[in-house]
Design a protein around this ligand. Structure first.
Ligand SMILES: Nc1ncnc2c1ncn2[C@@H]1O[C@H](COP(=O)(O)OP(=O)(O)O)[C@@H](O)[C@H]1O
Ligand SMILES: [Mg+2]
Length: 354
């Protein structure tokens, strides 16, 4: 049974429709990531769950209870924002315990909770410090600690790591993941960062302009993107997409790919199509039937791997390799089973090459 359910949720600001007929069921104990480009409606949706934003149409059910009109304070939801919003004049202990003061629990009970939470987050030694005496990562932990002590039904995280440097970000990512596994808490986590989404999520919702483009596990979304938007959004560097125009259609089953006749099963080519292949699926030495020469524009050296930026008739092609590249051009080979096909509307075609 769903723990959190969205039924036909809609939201507009004046004439700007931000969320369109949003429908989703979230299971208990899961970490759900809302992933999408800036402005696609992620924060708006989160704020509607928290009760900070009015819902125009539709229903949100939490634990089978309609919460549309419930006061934010009655929802048993804790939210952690991008800016940590700690009280500067309070020390860490006071910041973490502040939310508990309004609840009817004893001082010793509060102390027990703060101690427990600060142990989990490894901030026991910082309880006397003021926020200004903390690093970004430590402040973020305090903000999370403050959310945890309230023992909410649901945690909402809105881009909580985007103010941190890269090293801290990956460290905190691991911390949040461990915390989720340990507490089995219900988390909705908003980010525009696909790496965060892939590493943290049990399930990902990919959003675009207030719509759900795809919902699935990180593996499902990476391996079976339903359209070009999703295919390009997940994976770094992004998937290569090439348009195959009608002049490259030989017959109803066959197109020319890099000048090579390539046959597909169960298809009738008559419109433009798109082919896609991931930079990491390309090989430089493992020969296959589909190959092409590529002029190299730039090689980015990431240490363990290189990103090769080449061009094919003026179109940029990205390739990931562990090889050292010194040549001006290379031959790339595409394994047949790693080629994706999309129709003229950019939706995925489930077709195999024969
Ligand atoms: N209070 C508001 N008034 C008017 N428009 C808003 C308001 N909040 C957000 N928007 C608009 O709604 C859209 C979605 O915003 P938001 O949910 O913040 O996106 P995201 O979090 O995915 O970056 C944007 O076009 C934004 O400009
Ligand atoms: Mg936002």
């Amino acid at each position: 049974m769903a723990f959190l359910e969205f039924i036909d949720i809609e939201k507009s600001y004046d004439s700007n429709t931000v969320i369109r007929k949003f429908n989703l069921m979230v299971e208990k104990g899961k970490l759900l990531v809302l992933l999408g480009p800036s402005g696609c409606g992620k924060s708006t949706l989160l704020r509607m769950i928290a009760g900070l934003e009015k819902i125009d149409n539709g229903k949100i059910l939490l634990d089978n209870k309609l919460i549309n009109d419930l006061l934010p304070s009655k929802r048993k939801i804790s939210m952690v924002f991008q800016s940590y919003a700690l009280y500067p004049h309070m020390n860490v202990y006071q910041n973490i315990s502040f939310g508990l003061l309004t609840e009817k629990i004893s001082k010793s009970e509060i102390k027990k909770k703060v101690t427990e939470v600060s142990k989990i987050l490894k901030i026991e030694d910082l309880l006397d410090r003021k926020p200004v005496q903390l690093s970004g990562g430590q402040r973020q932990r305090v903000a999370i600690g403050r959310a945890i002590t309230r023992n909410p039904k649901l945690f909402l995280f809105d881009e909580p790591l985007s103010n941190l440097d890269a090293a801290l970000r990956s460290e905190m990512r691991v911390e949040i993941s461990k915390l989720h596994k340990k507490l089995k808490s219900n988390i909705i986590y908003v980010t525009h960062d696909q790496v965060e989404a892939m590493t943290l999520a049990d399930k990902i919702v990919i959003m675009n302009k207030g719509n759900i483009e795809q919902y699935g596990s990180p593996d499902e979304i990476y391996n079976n993107p339903q359209n070009i938007f999703v295919a390009e959004f997940i994976g770094n560097p992004k998937m290569n997409i090439l348009k195959v125009s009608s002049s490259d259609i030989i017959d109803r089953n066959t197109i020319k790919l890099f000048g090579i006749k390539t046959r597909f099963e169960n298809i009738e080519f008559n419109n433009d199509i798109y082919i896609g292949f991931r930079p990491e699926d390309v090989s430089l030495d493992k020969k296959s039937e589909i190959f092409t020469k590529l002029n190299i524009d730039l090689v980015e050296n990431l240490g363990s791997e290189k990103i090769i930026y080449g061009n094919l008739n003026g179109k940029e092609i990205r390739v990931k390799s562990t090889k050292n590249i010194t040549d001006k051009n290379i031959t790339i080979y595409l394994p047949k089973n790693k080629i994706y096909l999309f129709d003229e509307n950019k939706n995925r075609l489930d077709i195999r090459i024969v």
